[in-house]
Design a protein around this ligand. Structure first.
Ligand code: ZN
Length: 459
């Protein structure tokens, strides 16, 4: 079996030929099959070559989610990490990203399988059904063979109570059944839990009631999904409480995992919402010192319970990367995605200025729509008018936060835009360009994700 040099098809000969879909051809007296890189053929590859199946992140200290929204980036990621002690989660998409890119979980996994097979990468990779919210969504990712389930509990976190007055908290708390209330109070109220030598987690009365009111529904949701679908399944369970209005306090982090672990939920990783701002595709915003202080407590809680801290929206957070590596003792999970799309845009800006200009104008015109899905704080007035910018300067838009955010969050609209006759406005041209300039794109990814790894201390 060989893989053609262009990366666009699989050539099979010999007895396994019948297992693949494709067209038979002959050359001299040999028969072979020319096979497209379909989902069906990727499933066959997975049956024949176990290294192409997604695997658990457990047992690997540094694991990195490298979401590939175009299905073209994974070979670059593999080339970067193959000699490093970094375990990649190559397939990683949320339902939101699937909807915005018009892809399926089958497509996303198949792209990773083909990349792994093509690069001959046998050291293992993961596949993360990211930010799943419902039983149906979790079942879908499991059915497709994903090795990691990230459960997003945000819709069950009662943010409406996060800063409610104390009497509203008390009234809501009083609705709990008496025996449940007693059990929680005897476990947490005015108790302190040692985390390591110097650190303890303490629960005073006012904080305790608020925390129960805000987080108990999320604990119950996570428990129900885990017991119903994940117990006994060989998948990594990540608990995500990060897409919420307020930072996760160390107390809330401790309480949520303590409740779940007590009930035999096997947690591989937890994503709290850290203090400061983790906006998409740009550096951390906030007080780095304050971040480090609080991050250390979260890291110690994770260490105590034996799971990994997971850092979401990890693209381009260069100013906090050193702390992420150092304070976790180099045991963590970090998720990136948008930055891999932005590297594609960077190559387009450098080598296809006409296409970039169209895409740039479209992104600005459709920004309001994109902001329904993503929280960003760009100021459009800071973005130089594209008509005043020379072709050579176009890549500079990828160096500035305001334009990065606009180009980042509009990816779905760009990829799905169609003209009045229904033909894609950009999609086909973007794919054609990136296939023709594949080595530039893969090099850009190696360099940019390489910068992430250096800052993390993972290279
Ligand atoms: Zn997240």
């Amino acid at each position: 079996m060989t893989y053609s040099g262009s990366g666009g098809e699989l050539i099979v000969s010999g007895p396994d030929m019948a297992l693949f879909e494709g067209t038979e051809e002959s050359y001299q007296d040999r028969i072979f099959k020319r096979c497209p890189l379909t989902v069906g053929n990727s499933v066959t590859i997975r049956k024949l070559f176990d290294f192409t199946n997604p695997k658990s992140i457990k047992g690997h200290d540094i694991t990195i989610g490298l979401g590939d929204r175009l299905g073209l980036a994974s070979p670059g990621h593999i080339r970067l990490i193959r000699e490093l002690g970094v375990f990649p989660v190559l397939a990683q998409q949320s339902i939101r990203e699937l909807n915005l890119t018009g892809r399926t979980y089958e497509d996303v996994l198949a792209a990773a399988v083909w990349a792994v097979f093509r690069e001959g990468y046998t050291k293992g990779y993961g596949a993360d059904g990211d930010h799943l919210k419902t039983h149906e969504e979790v079942k879908y990712a499991l059915r497709c063979g994903y090795s990691m389930i990230t459960l997003d509990c945000s819709e069950h976190i009662r943010n409406d109570f996060a800063s409610a007055p104390q009497d509203a908290i008390d009234a809501q708390y009083e609705k709990l059944p008496a025996d449940e209330m007693r059990a929680l109070e005897s476990e947490y109220l005015n108790k302190s839990f040692p985390i390591d030598g110097e650190m303890t987690i303490e629960f005073n009365e006012a904080d305790f009631k608020r925390m129960i009111v805000v987080y108990l529904p999320a604990v119950k949701h996570a428990q129900s999904i885990y017991d119903g679908l994940l117990k006994g399944a060989r998948v990594d369970f990540e608990l995500s409480i990060d897409e919420t209005m307020t930072p996760t306090s160390p107390q809330s982090h401790f309480y949520v995992v303590n409740e779940l672990i007590k009930r035999n939920v096997d947690i591989a990783s937890v994503a709290p919402r850290f203090i400061g701002e983790f906006q998409k595709g740009i550096d951390y915003r906030g007080d780095v010192r304050a971040f480090e202080g609080e991050f250390l407590i979260h890291a110690k809680i994770a260490e105590k319970f034996g799971y990994k801290l997971s850092v979401h929206s990890g693209s381009d957070k260069f100013s906090v990367f050193p702390a992420v590596g150092r304070l976790t003792g180099n045991i963590y999970h970090l998720k990136t995605a948008g930055t891999n799309w932005l590297e594609a845009v960077r190559v387009i800006a450098a080598k296809a200025p006409g296409l970039y200009r169209e895409l740039h104008v479209f992104a600005l015109e459709n920004l309001a729509e994109a902001k329904k899905y993503y929280h960003t704080t760009e100021n459009v007035a800071n973005i130089a008018d594209i008509n005043s910018v020379s072709d050579a300067e176009l890549p500079d838009y990828l160096e500035r936060d305001d334009s990065r955010q606009v180009l980042h969050i509009t990816y779905g609209l760009v990829l799905q835009a169609v003209s009045s006759d229904g033909t894609p406005l950009f999609r086909d041209r973007i794919f054609k360009f990136l296939r023709e300039n594949e080595s530039d794109y893969l090099e850009a990814l190696e360099k940019h994700i390489g910068r992430h790894l250096s800052a993390l201390g993972a290279n």
